[in-house]
Design a protein around this ligand. Structure first.
Ligand code: ZN
Ligand code: MN
Length: 478
């Protein structure tokens, strides 16, 4: 058995209006844009053009730092990472290597269907700008600089992961963190979140970390899972072959975690990092720090913990509510107005979510208004009308947009609306038809009651509340 050790480098595209250092728009989806129509002298690195850090980009990056429980440095810097590639017009990337703004954070999240917690430590979450894009088209290579200069935060974790599940659950939590707080959309398919996975194996905990392999730019959870599984198998096989492994021990010494900064230094040499001369040190004043302190972030882990521990939700309810921020807000809105969390979740995760899925609609496109939903929940909580009937009411609401009360009246579900004498007459006629069963009931066979309820329900076309009918029969038989 070999132990698996993983750490991640994650690039997240911030959801700001403008690019990082210029006034060009920061489009979230470049596929719809004509190439090279969203560029200016700054992001195409024309001679003499100078960068100015966008305040909004800074604020989003700080929010992310706060959400990751980072230490936020009042003084930080930008550095140049020099390398030549056609999609990098300046010949360097502006990033933060030596003194990043957000350092030493951590994320706590759930594993194994919310039964276990795990903490992953964050080295730093640094700001940097993105490159343009090369489009390879037959024999020619085309260049699109629309994306050049858009803002990224790169999150570097510690080697705290030991399974692929930990990696994917961590990334899902990270997605929720940025989405809940409007920092980023982090859609992997749209390359708004790119993940580099570093993998190494070793025999015992006390061994230094084995030679690492870096798998770059994986953009789906499935791809990440497969990459980890394959790489683990490949490295274990290499280790098992012994001889080959000996050659790699030298590497292993270099690559054990304590020498991580050395790797950075090697990178630093490769890329000729040096302090960015066009940007002054970033000094955060009291005002911005105070504003940051005042922001109440929505931390998904806290919300999930509350659902689990306070509301007693199962994994279906939790999964059903946390996948979509709008759905979650809808639920939290119900709870805020003192509706029972379990009742609210039951109807939202059940018929309402099913309708959304079937019709490919969002919460905002529901045919029922929040007011109508609350009216519905009020009736449910009063408990006068049974769940099976309320299910019919909900389905009808989703189909027609009518209010619950309207439907209940139409369908005659509200027993109170029925003529009490008429109901009594129906019940009496059922009882009259079965004197033998009444005798059994009186001798203690209470299950007979359910036979009577069933008969009455049949005669009233299932329109009555069985609980209410049962009570009425009990009264009559007393
Ligand atoms: Zn620009
Ligand atoms: Mn990077």
């Amino acid at each position: 058995m070999y132990l698996l050790t993983i750490w991640l480098e994650i690039h997240i595209k911030l959801k700001s209006i403008n690019k990082m250092f210029c006034q060009c728009k920061n489009e979230q989806n470049f596929d719809t844009l004509i190439p090279n129509t969203n560029i200016c002298p700054v992001c195409t690195a024309q001679p003499g053009a100078l960068p100015t850090l966008s305040k909004e980009v800074l604020e989003k990056a700080l929010l992310l730092g706060k959400a990751l429980n980072c230490e936020i440095k009042k003084i930080s810097r930008f550095d140049r990472k020099s390398y030549f590639y056609p999609d990098q017009p300046a010949g360097y990337q502006i990033t933060q290597l030596y003194q990043p703004t957000n350092v030493k954070g951590q994320i706590v999240f759930f594993l194994e269907n919310y039964s276990k917690e795990k903490t992953i430590h964050i080295q730093d979450a640094h700001m940097e700008n993105d490159t343009g894009k090369m489009i390879h088209d037959g024999e020619q290579a085309l260049l699109d600089l629309n994306r050049a200069g858009t803002p990224l935060v790169e999150i570097v974790t510690n080697p705290d992961f030991t399974t692929a599940e930990e990696v994917t659950e961590f990334l899902k939590e990270l997605q929720r963190i940025v989405r809940y707080n409007d920092i980023a959309d982090a859609d992997m398919e749209k390359w708004q979140m790119r993940v580099d996975v570093n993998i190494s194996v070793r025999k015992k905990e006390s061994d230094p970390l084995g030679t690492r392999a870096e798998l770059k730019n994986l953009n789906s959870f499935g791809a990440i899972r497969r990459a980890i599984d394959n790489e683990y198998a490949r490295q274990v096989e290499l280790c098992e072959k012994g001889e080959k492994f000996a050659q790699q021990t030298r590497w292993r010494d270099d690559m054990k975690w304590t020498s991580y900064m050395m790797r950075s230094k090697e990178d630093a040499l490769d890329y000729r990092y040096f302090p960015e001369p066009d940007l002054p040190p970033l000094v955060l004043g009291d005002e911005i720090m105070k504003r940051l302190d005042g922001v109440a972030l929505e931390i998904p882990h806290h919300i999930i913990k509350k659902m689990k521990e306070e509301y007693g939700f199962n994994k279906e309810y939790i999964n059903g509510l946390i996948w979509d921020k709008d759905m979650l807000d809808y639920f939290l809105g119900c709870v805020k107005e003192w509706f029972d969390p379990k009742t609210s979740a039951k109807w939202l995760v059940g018929p309402i979510a099913a309708w959304m899925k079937e019709n490919i609609k969002t919460v905002h496109e529901l045919p029922i208004t929040p007011k109508q939903c609350k009216e519905f929940l009020t009736i449910v909580q009063e408990g006068k009308i049974g769940d099976s009937q309320m299910k019919i009411v909900m389905d009808e609401m989703l189909m027609t947009g009518k209010s619950a009360e309207e439907i209940i009246k139409e369908k005659w579900f509200d027993a109170n609306e029925m003529d009490a004498l008429e109901i009594e007459w129906i019940i009496q006629s059922v009882l009259d038809g079965h004197p033998d069963l009444i005798e059994q009931y009186k001798w203690g066979k209470v299950t007979v009651l359910w036979f009577f309820v069933g008969q009455v329900m049949k005669k009233t076309w299932g329109k009555m509340n069985p609980k209410a009918v049962g009570e009425m029969i009990e009264k009559l038989l007393r």
